[in-house]
Design a protein around this ligand. Structure first.
Ligand code: HEC
Length: 116
């Protein structure tokens, strides 16, 4: 009788361990695909950044030409970055009339990769 109980207990714990391991795997997979998405956004943003932004901010974000903010040190998150790029601020021009929402999102993604 007690052997049966031990057997059942072992079977249940193996089952639990397996389902946990499976969930862990799923999670790794989704964070890997998040990284791919972030990388694709960054690649799209880089070309735009070089053509529209680097003349003031510099290729690495630190040039500070015309008082441009150092983008490596920006405290802004990606949503706030999108807002500044779209609406502009002081000497920073607004880009919402010349760039699409997707392009602005790509740029914010690229700036996130410049941040130190
Ligand atoms: C004409 C020069 C100029 C160009 C071109 C320019 N910027 Fe700026 N940018 C500035 C200036 C100046 C500031 C500081 C604004 C202020 O005084 O608040 C700034 C600030 C910013 C900030 C805010 C950073 C912070 O920490 O507050 C972001 C983000 C930014 N720029 C992104 C961009 C992007 C992306 C582009 C290209 C689409 C771009 N800028 C093009 C001049 C420029």
């Amino acid at each position: 009788m007690s052997r049966i109980i031990i057997g059942v207990t072992v079977a249940i714990s193996l089952c639990l361990a397996w389902s946990c391991a499976k969930k862990e795997g799923d999670r790794e997979q989704s964070s890997a695909s998040d990284k791919v998405v972030a990388q694709e956004l960054a690649d799209g943003g880089q070309a735009l950044y070089e053509s529209k932004c680097s003349m003031c901010h510099g290729s690495d974000g630190t040039a500070g030409i015309a008082g441009a903010a150092n983008l490596q040190l920006t405290p802004l998150d990606s949503v706030a970055l999108e807002r500044v790029i779209a609406d502009g601020r002081n000497a920073m021009p607004a880009f919402k009339t010349s760039l699409s929402e997707t392009e602005i999102r790509d740029l914010a993604g690229y700036i996130m990769t410049l941040k130190k």
